[in-house]
Each structure stands twice: as C-alpha cells, then as structure tokens.
Write a protein that binds this ligand. Structure first.
Ligand code: COI
Length: 356
C-alpha cells in the first residue's frame, strides 16, 4: 500500500510511436526499447521536476563522474499483462527498496518512493501496448541512478540522474545453461559492494565471463573470494540446487545480491510445503552429489533470467551433466507458479502483484 503524496510529472509524448516496427514474435533480449522513458534529476540537494519523454539519447559531459568512477546503480524488474489485459508489476516496492540499499552503499541519494513508484506506473501506463503477452515474455524495466557531476576528482557526486526505460523481452536464456565453477577471479569480497546492484560489479565480471564463454560455457558460478570453496551466485542470477530431495540456496550476506526472484522462489516453495535450506554450500558438496547422481536440479533465478535451468556444471576440467530439464520437479514448479502469479492466471497469496 502506498502512503505517499501525488507528484506532478511533466509528460511529453512521442509524435511517432515505434511499436509497429517491433516484431513481438522475434524479440532478442535487450535490443528493442519502448517509446518513452522517465527521468528525474537530483540537483542542489533536491529532486527536480520528474518527466516522461520520448526514449532516446541523453547528453553527457565527457567528465561525467559515473563514467570515470562508477558511481552508478540499477534495478531490473518486469511488467506483465493480466488475464483482462491490464498491466501489472511484480513486487515493485522491493525493487525500490533494493535500489536505495545500493544507493546508500554507493554514497548516492535515495530515490523517494513517490518518484520511483509514480514515475514507474505512469511510464508503464503510457507504454502499456509494449507489454508482450506471449508465454515467458514481459516488458523488462530498467531503473538506474548515476552520478552526473561534471568534475574530475574522486569524491561523491553532488548531482545525479534517475532514469527508467523499458524493453519488451523474451527469456534471457533460450535454453538450459552450461556453467563453469570459477576459482580464480573474484566477484565480491567481504566489506565490498557484492550485495549492491552496482554497475561495476557487472563490469568486473565481463572478462571472466567472456573467457568462460570462449570455452563453451554460458555463465560462471562465482565462489567466495577467500577460499573459493563455497558457491555464491552466477553472473546474472542467484542459485538453487536440489540434492537428494533437499532444496538449497546460498544464504545472503554482503557478497550476494538479495534477489527478488530468489526470495519469491523461497516463499513459493514454502507455500507448497517444500523447505529451503539457506546456508553456505560447498563446491565439494555439489560435486559429490553430482558424482553420486544425487544432484537432481540446479537453476539460476533472476528477473531477466526467470528460472534458468542448469544443464551441466563444470569444475576443474570435469563436466557433470544434470537430469533432463523437462522432468525437474522444483524448477518446473517454480517457473509455472511464478509465471501464473505474475500474469494473474493464478491467485497471488503473497500480495506481490500491483495492477496499474
Ligand atoms: C536482472 O535480472 O534484471 C538483472 O539485472 C540481471 C542482468 C544482468 C540482466
């Protein structure tokens, strides 16, 4: 329930919608952008007039501090159509809260709830026809906040821009993924920014991921930065494993992103009477289970990736094949029930869905 005052948003609609050019049956993730974006700047210690304007390039100074020092954070969320064609959002307040957790860690101003929520709803309302309805598709929403000081010196910026744009998408991974357990590179360490959705976390993961992709893998499984003995998350998702009937996921701490899909999976499983153990998970435990044929399921969870089933896990030059994707009880149950809640094909016992 929102408990905020209404804000005034200056709306300039595009005179030329691009929607007729969008082939909704063949969308490649992250390549098509809807007609409008929301923008609100932070200057002189205050949030300025929020605006909705046509999606398009923005002017940036070469000295823009976000580009040099990485003071930039983002969120990922999705809008869906319900059974009577109304747009709806999934757990938007949780994205707003997490954005501000990231903002605090990165010495950035928190985005007020009314700017985030009302800007988001107005944007989705205006571009409601861009929400695809095919199974597994959605309108991906990218809110982000970045430092805009025109200043070359290392200190927190004083000016920021908060922007939300959207893109119609299908699933991030078209098929089950092959992953490599990484023991050399480090994604995050204690006291760092691993729990924040900071742009730099993703920048630092590009080379390790590229190297894994050159060896034929889709993604990396990051291990802890000290011992490399425990799994943490993948480059784009949190992780779940099902070993001998038990569902496990790494417990949250400051090197792991507090995934909203992760949390939704835990709650949906518990609602189905299936317990989830949130604890440290040793690489050795996964490998031993795989060797004994007890690794029944493994998957990544994320807004973009939804439930990304893992087809095979490689560790130290050995590859462990997982059971066929179609027969997996836990990941199939989660995919179906989450998809049905998001589109209101099933009841939402958690109060997660916000209809616009
Ligand atoms: C998301 O799932 O929304 C993310 O932000 C992950 C991103 C790497 C696509």
């Amino acid at each position: 329930m929102e408990n905020t005052t209404a804000i005034s948003i200056k709306i300039s609609k595009t005179p030329h919608s691009r929607i007729a050019e969008c082939d909704f049956d063949n969308i490649q993730f992250g390549t098509i952008f809807s007609d409008h974006m929301f923008r609100c700047d932070y200057e002189n210690g205050e949030w300025q007039q929020p605006k909705i304007l046509p999606y398009g390039p923005i002017t940036l100074a070469p000295s823009l501090s976000a580009l040099h020092y990485g003071q930039a954070i983002f969120e990922g969320m999705k809008a869906f159509k319900n059974q009577v064609n109304q747009p709806q959002l999934f757990r938007p307040l949780d994205n707003w809260k997490r954005l501000n957790v990231s903002a605090k860690r990165m010495a950035m101003p928190e985005v007020p709830e009314e700017i985030f929520m009302q800007g988001l709803k107005a944007l989705i309302d205006i571009d409601r026809n861009w929400i695809p309805t095919k199974e597994g598709s959605a309108l991906y929403i990218r809110p982000f906040l970045f430092a805009t000081d025109d200043f070359v010196g290392v200190r927190p910026s004083r000016n920021f821009s908060f922007i939300i744009f959207t893109c119609p998408v299908n699933s991030y991974y078209p098929k089950p993924i092959k992953v490599l357990i990484e023991e050399g590179y480090v994604r995050a360490s204690k006291g760092g920014v691993g729990f924040a959705k900071a742009a730099g976390n993703y920048g630092a993961s590009m080379l390790p991921t590229l190297e894994a992709q050159q060896k034929g893998f889709d993604q990396i499984i990051w291990t802890d930065g000290l011992s490399h003995a425990f799994v943490e998350e993948s480059g784009t998702t949190n992780l779940f494993f099902v070993i001998n009937g038990k569902v496990l996921t790494p417990n949250l701490h400051d090197t792991i992103l507090n995934g909203i899909t992760r949390d939704s999976c835990i709650k949906v499983l518990e609602h189905n009477g299936i317990a989830v153990e949130q604890r440290q998970i040793a690489v050795a435990e996964i490998i031993e289970a795989a060797e004994k044929g007890l690794l029944e399921d493994a998957f990544g969870t994320g807004t973009a990736a939804l439930i990304a089933k893992i087809d095979a896990i490689s560790f130290r030059d050995k590859t462990y094949q997982l059971p066929p994707a179609e027969g997996r009880k836990i990941s199939n149950l989660l995919y179906r029930q989450l998809e049905d809640i998001r589109t209101s094909a099933a009841e939402d016992p958690f109060g997660w869905v916000v209809t616009i």
